[in-house]
Every structure is written in structure tokens, then in C-alpha cells.
Design a protein around this ligand. Structure first.
Ligand code: SF4
Ligand code: SF4
Length: 314
């Protein structure tokens, strides 16, 4: 079956609020569940010419949030310049941070920079137990993540009334749906505080997408069909109104547009005339009611309580 042959319900866009840019696939980690196939060996990076037009696109389209992802987005040489320019427009910026990058040589000043520019941080921490994190993200990742979280706390991240948002992201380490976000958030808050004295703002629970590296992993362990069936069997139509592709546009390192980051990783460019960041430099372009490119992977967003870059949907 082709990716786009699916019985997932047809969905249309709402007004654009968030621009999510994938600034490059290079990462200091190579996690087993990574839907981007990011690793230290990837060389794809957004060009300076594309980076330059992002603030203009944000201004022209009255975009509320720039969500920067990768790879490890902070590795891009123009990361800081882009953040400063977009913050000067009084637009929110979110850094999807893998935490360990804060402990790498050359990134000692990163936490200070993010705090000074009031950048929101959304960081992966798939468990508060060392073994589970290291299994999914690589040996030693947990201890480095704890160091990084303590550093972020010391700058005020995750501390009430500082305005510095530190969200954590959980994804299951087995082919199953995530547990209740509220209950798991309570567990994380208690365990991270008691064990390490760490604080955070919110916990987002995400379902793993059965694409790319995670799809291969499921195939190897003989669970791909079972997991796809689980997602489909648990489809919850109430989530259709709030899937992230309604209000978010995903941009690849070459500036091409997709309805979401998953579609980007599958090479499913969006339908319609607006295909590249350049096409969004013209005022009054509206994406409202544009059809969204869908595939079987979309059940990963609507299964159970739903899943998005901001956690549960319903
Ligand atoms: S840290 Fe994130 S981008 Fe990097 S390999 Fe892991 S999941 Fe992928
Ligand atoms: S994978 Fe999710 S976010 Fe992407 S198009 Fe499908 S429903 Fe929308």
C-alpha cells in the first residue's frame, strides 16, 4: 500500500499559528526511536539564504510561534542569530532541545543564551529512570540530561514566576500507547524533585510514529503490524480537530513546506500552490481550508488521547 492510500479521515487546515522548522539533521545522539534518522553523521543543514527569510515569513504571516527542531538545532551555526531576530519581533521561540547538547564542549553558554532570550525549551526525557533512558537514547544520556536540567533550573527554567518554560517530553519505550499525561506528569514531578531536586513546567506525552528508524526497529522485533493495528484500533475522532497540522506548518532544511514534521520525514510535500517558504513572503496568503496530506501514520496522532508536539490532544 502506498503511504497516501489510507482510510484516515480527510482533514483541512485552520489559520496558521506555528512555523516548525527543521534546521538540520545533525545530532550529537542517534536514538532508536528517532523519526528523523538524525545522527552525528548527517550533514543536511538549512542554508543561510533560507534562514534569512524566516523572520520575514513570520512577520508577513503574523505567526505566533517559531518552533525550531532538528537533529540538535543548536548545532546550526546561525541558530543564535535566528533566535535573536525572531525574538526581536516579539514572537515566541521554542527550542526542541535534546538536553545532552548543553553538556557538549562549545555549548557551555547555551543555557545562558536561551534564558536571556526567553526561549521556551521542550526537551526529551522518556523516563525518570536511568536504564530506560539510556536504552532508548544511548549510554550515558540520562546522567548528561540530569546535569543539563540542573543547569537549566539554575537559570530559572521550570521555576514558577520566572517565565522560563521548560517542558519535558515522554515517549513510550515499548510499542504501546502512552499512559495518561496528567498521572505521568505527577510521577515525573515527584520523582525528579525527590531524586535530583529538578523542576519543570509541563510534561508532554507523545506516541512514537511508526516511520523511518522506529519503523525499522519495529520490523526487526516483529511488531510493526501489531503497532500499526494498535494505533488504528484506538483512533479517536475527537482528536481530529486539534491535530497539530491544522495550525502548524513544517519546513525542511531546504525551505520546502509540509503539513507536519512526520510528513516531512516521509517526503510527503504539501498539496496546493504554497510549497516553499518563498511562497509565504506574499501578504494575504491564507492556508485555511487547504487539504492536509494524510497517510496511515496519521493514526499515530489520533490514537487514544491523541499525540502532538504539545502532548495529548483530548
Ligand atoms: S536527540 Fe532527538 S533528533 Fe537527536 S537522535 Fe535523538 S530523537 Fe533524534
Ligand atoms: S501525521 Fe498527524 S500532524 Fe501529520 S498530517 Fe497526519 S494527523 Fe496531521
Amino acid at each position: 500500500m502506498k503511504i497516501t492510500e489510507t482510510n484516515f479521515p480527510k482533514i483541512k487546515r485552520d489559520f496558521l499559528q506555528t512555523l516548525q522548522i527543521n534546521i538540520g539533521y545533525k545530532c550529537n545522539q542517534a536514538c532508536s526511536h528517532c523519526h528523523v534518522d538524525a545522527s552525528p553523521n548527517r550533514t543536511e543543514m538549512m542554508s543561510n539564504d533560507i534562514i534569512k527569510i524566516i523572520p520575514k515569513v513570520i512577520k508577513v504571516n503574523d505567526i505566533k510561534l517559531l518552533d525550531i527542531t532538528g537533529g540538535a538545532p543548536e548545532i546550526h551555526p546561525k541558530f543564535k542569530q535566528l533566535v535573536k531576530e525572531v525574538r526581536s519581533l516579539n514572537v515566541e521561540v521554542m527550542d526542541r532541545c535534546n538536553l545532552t547538547i548543553l553538556t557538549e564542549p562549545g555549548f557551555e553558554n547555551l543555557a545562558n543564551f536561551l534564558a536571556s532570550n526567553k526561549v521556551q525549551i521542550t526537551a526529551s526525557l522518556p523516563c525518570y529512570l536511568e536504564d530506560n533512558v539510556d536504552k532508548q537514547r544511548g549510554k550515558g544520556v540520562f546522567q548528561k540530561s540530569i546535569l543539563a536540567l540542573k543547569k537549566l533550573n539554575s537559570y530559572g527554567y521550570g521555576i514558577i514566576d520566572t517565565g522560563l518554560i521548560l517542558n519535558l517530553v515522554y515517549n513510550p519505550n515499548k510499542p504501546q500507547l502512552p499512559p495518561s499525561q496528567k498521572e505521568l506528569e505527577d510521577d515525573y514531578r515527584r520523582e525528579l524533585k525527590e531524586r535530583y531536586g529538578i523542576y519543570f513546567s509541563n510534561l508532554f506525552v507523545l506516541a512514537n510514529m511508526p516511520i523511518n528508524r522506529y519503523e525499522k526497529h519495529l520490523n526487526v522485533i516483529g511488531k510493526l503490524n501489531e503497532y500499526n493495528k494498535l494505533l488504528k484500533d484506538n483512533h479517536n475522532s475527537r482528536n481530529l480537530d486539534s491535530v497539530m497540522c491544522k495550525t502548524t506548518l513544517s519546513v525542511d532544511w531546504k525551505g520546502y513546506l509540509y503539513d507536519c514534521d512526520f510528513n516531512q520525514q516521509l517526503g510527503m510535500r504539501r498539496n496546493g500552490e504554497i510549497k516553499h517558504l518563498h511562497d509565504l513572503l506574499t501578504p494575504l496568503v491564507s492556508l485555511k481550508n487547504n487539504p492536509i496530506s494524510i497517510g496511515n501514520h496519521c493514526f499515530g496522532c489520533t490514537a487514544g488521547a491523541g499525540s502532538s508536539c504539545g502532548g495529548e490532544l483530548s
